[in-house]
Ligand binder design. Structure first.
Ligand code: ADP
Length: 480
């Protein structure tokens, strides 16, 4: 095992405020070097059941705690995350692969959700409605739903947890999460800081293990879990949603995307190229909001592609721990292999390779741009999850809208235009939960993140973010 990865390192799950150990372990690797970072106790169904019971037991006092007290504890957690952000970022780059500067960005972003929901915790207010009879009063109160179960992915090992956990805790719920087994160290470090922050035992539980099916089943089928929240692939999301029906759980699903990035002929092309870089290459293209399809007006296509190619020439692929690296490894070799399959088949079907596209083995993939892509190619119908730009053209606004919406997914979308009428009309035409207008980076704790269609449902962040973790209780007070 690598010595002293971090003072925040933990080697087993965090359940009821205790750190679990065990003889069965799984290895976590440095994604750039392949070196083993640590062995982690491999938790199974029994540990997950214990975690759910701990969360159930803790719910009584946590939900009864005045909102201001929950808010203070969340703020403590935020402060510790911020103070320890350099360590958290290093741990993340090692186990996830993204460049250190991006990891620091994610820690600030993830902590931002904790800060946001520390504030929102105090605003879970109710309502008084006019009644139909003089002798009655109608009160509406918002109550915490109970124990929340969550499963999170490896692409944002910190923020995908905090934006669920902080909202759940703010609403008065307790929380059990299974992080991705590729990136458990960042998750467990969050548990360590939560304990230091004074968040009571059992309120947050982090169960790290490799048998995701068995661990997921406990969360989706336990009658003691009131709500299930998932971020990951649409394929797995559908299975988990189906599993939740036997107990009628409330469900939030933040699933895959296939984001269009439309550039109109009136766009500021320099801004569009900068936005394209931000949207496409973050996390080496491994985000569900990464632009997947560039749809560019035919009159500005060549100019836009030239500007983008010039910017792409500055990208530096390598170990994310090294200075100046902007593209780290993909999460594993198989991921690079899948990206290469998409690129190769697109070229065979007539796409033009402008840059990149060379790969033999390993998890690093070069920034790539494919021109003359068409809608029948797999590369525009699947999430690429790699640093590859695909370019299609259009002539009319109607055609651009049809192309943009031509996908079962509806998470993020982006377009660049300087025409205010077009901005309103085109936004209305887009069937997506999020629209970046002259913006390539739209995620933010103050904004509602979420999708439509097969990208799922539920919103994370913003004033709407508490809705998924609370239910409306109507109280009819009679005899007045
Ligand atoms: P990704 O492509 O991001 O790995 P997945 O949907 O496969 O997307 O994984 C997201 C999360 O879901 C991870 O924590 C993974 O371990 C978990 N997961 C994968 N399959 C299942 C399953 N059948 N049941 C429960 N969790 C699962």
């Amino acid at each position: 095992m690598k010595e002293q990865i971090s003072a925040l390192f933990q080697s087993g799950s965090f359940v009821d405020g205790q750190w679990l150990s065990g003889d069965n372990t799984f290895a976590v690797y440095d994604k750039a070097t392949g070196e083993k970072l640590a062995d982690i106790a491999d938790a199974g169904e029994a540990e997950m059941q214990t975690a759910v019971q701990a969360a159930k037991a803790a719910f009584e006092s946590w939900s009864a705690m005045p909102a201001i007290e929950r808010s203070k504890l969340l703020r403590n957690w935020f402060t510790l995350m911020t103070e320890r952000s350099d360590e958290l970022a290093e741990l993340m780059t090692l186990e996830q692969g993204k460049p250190l500067a991006e990891s620091k960005g994610e820690i600030a972003y993830g902590a931002g959700y904790v800060e946001w929901f520390a504030e929102e915790a105090r605003r879970l207010d109710g309502d008084i409605l006019p009644a139909n009879s003089a002798g009655q009063r109608i009160y509406v109160s918002r109550q915490p739903v109970g124990v929340v179960g969550a499963v999170t992915p490896w692409n944002f090992p910190n923020a995908m947890i905090t934006r669920k956990a902080a909202a759940a805790l703010a609403a008065g719920c307790t929380f059990v999460v299974k992080p991705a087994s590729e990136t458990p160290l960042s998750a467990l470090a969050l548990g360590k800081l939560a304990k230091e922050a004074g968040i009571p035992d059992g309120v947050i539980n982090i169960v790290a293990g490799t048998n995701s099916k068995a661990l997921g089943k406990v969360l989706t089928q336990s009658p003691d879990v009131a709500k299930f929240s998932f971020t990951g692939s649409t394929k797995v999301g559908k299975i988990l949603t189906a599993d939740c029906t036997s107990t009628m759980k409330r469900v939030s699903m933040e699933l895959g995307g296939n984001a269009p990035f439309v550039v109109f002929d009136d766009a500021d092309l320099d801004a569009a190229a900068s936005g394209a870089m931000a949207s496409k290459f973050r996390n080496a293209g491994q985000t569900c909001v990464c632009a997947n399809r560039f749809i560019v007006h035919e009159d500005v296509k060549d100019a836009f592609v030239d500007k983008l190619l010039a910017k792409m020439a500055d990208l530096k692929v390598g170990n994310g721990m090294d200075e100046g690296i902007t593209i780290g490894p993909l999460i594993k070799e198989g991921a690079a292999e899948n990206v290469h399959r998409l690129v190769t088949s697109a070229i065979e079907q007539g796409a033009t390779l402008k840059v990149g596209g060379e790969w033999k083995a390993g998890s690093f993939y070069p920034p790539t741009l494919l021109d003359n892509v068409s809608t029948n190619m797999d590369i525009v119908n699947e999430e690429i999850f790699g640093p590859v730009v695909t370019i299609m053209t259009f002539k009319t606004d109607d055609e651009a809208a049809k192309l943009a919406n031509d996908t079962p997914f509806g998470l993020a979308s982006y377009f660049y235009s300087q025409n205010i009428s077009r901005i309103h009309r085109f936004s209305d035409a887009l069937q997506f939960g999020m629209v970046g207008i002259n913006e390539g980076a739209i995620s933010n704790p103050a904004a509602p993140f979420g999708g439509v269609k097969e990208s799922g449902y539920g919103r994370e962040g913003s004033k709407y973010g508490l809705d998924d973790y609370s239910f409306i209780q109507y109280r009819c007070l009679g005899g007045i």
